[in-house]
Ligand binder design. Structure first.
Ligand code: HEC
Length: 177
C-alpha cells in the first residue's frame, strides 16, 4: 500500500471508531421538541397587537430594583451592556456610522420585549418571572430612553400602544398585495 492510501485507510478506521464511540456515549440533552410544544407557556407568543398579553401591571421604579437583582450581572447595572447585549441606549444610531442594535434602538414592537423577557430571561431561569415583574422590567427598560415616561403604568392595555423609535424601520420582504 502506498503511504497515501495507508493514511486514508487509517483515517477511515479512526472515523469509524469515533462514530461507534459517539453512539455508545451519546446522552440525549434537553427535552424532545414535541413535549415542549405541548406546554402552554411555549405557545404564548405575543403579537404586536398584544392580544395574548397576561393581565398585570408594572412601573419603572419596581423594574429598576428587579433589574439590579436579576439582570444587571449580565446586562450591566444600567442595561447598557456587560457580558450580554446592551438593552438600552443608542436610539437614533441606526443610520449613523456606528449603528448599535439595542432593544430600544432597534426593536419595532414593545410587545416583543415582554414576550422575550418572559420566555427567555433571566437566561438561567426562563419563565420564572410573574407578569407584573415582566411589565415592571419592560417599563424600566423603555423608560431609560424616555420611550415611556418614568411613571407610566405598563399593563396589557398600554403596552401595545407604546411606539418604539424604530417602528417604521422595517419593510416587509414580501409586501402584501
Ligand atoms: C446569566 C446572564 C443573563 C442574565 C442574568 C440575564 N440575561 Fe438577558 N441575555 C443574556 C444573553 C447571553 C442574551 C443574548 C441571548 C441571545 O442572543 O440568544 C440576553 C438577551 C436579552 C435580551 C434580548 C437582547 C437583544 O438585543 O437581543 C433581553 C431583552 C434581555 N436579555 C433581558 C433580560 C432581563 C430583563 C433580565 C433580568 C430579568 C436578563 N436579561 C437577565 C444573558 C442574561
Amino acid at each position: 500500500m502506498s503511504m497515501v492510501s495507508n493514511l486514508i485507510t487509517t483515517s477511515l478506521l479512526l472515523l469509524a471508531a469515533s462514530y461507534s464511540y459517539a453512539d455508545t456515549e451519546y446522552q440525549a440533552q434537553g427535552k424532545p421538541a414535541e413535549t415542549l410544544s405541548q406546554q402552554a407557556q411555549w405557545n404564548l407568543s405575543i403579537a404586536p397587537d398584544g392580544k395574548a398579553l397576561p393581565k398585570g401591571k408594572g412601573f419603572a421604579t419596581q423594574g429598576k430594583q428587579i433589574f439590579a437583582l436579576k439582570c444587571a450581572a449580565c446586562h450591566g447595572p444600567e442595561g447598557i451592556g456587560a457580558s450580554a447585549d446592551p438593552l438600552i441606549g443608542e436610539v437614533g444610531s441606526l443610520t449613523s456610522d456606528y449603528p448599535e442594535k439595542t432593544v430600544n434602538s432597534y426593536w419595532p414592537y414593545a410587545t416583543t420585549l415582554f414576550d422575550y423577557i418572559r420566555r427567555a430571561m433571566p437566561i438561567n431561569a426562563p419563565f420564572s418571572l410573574t407578569p407584573d415583574e415582566v411589565y415592571a422590567l419592560s417599563a424600566y427598560i423603555l423608560s431609560q430612553d424616555a420611550i415611556i415616561a418614568a411613571d407610566f403604568e405598563l399593563n396589557e392595555e398600554t403596552l401595545p400602544q407604546v411606539t418604539m423609535p424604530n417602528r417604521e424601520g422595517f419593510t416587509p420582504f414580501y409586501p402584501e398585495k
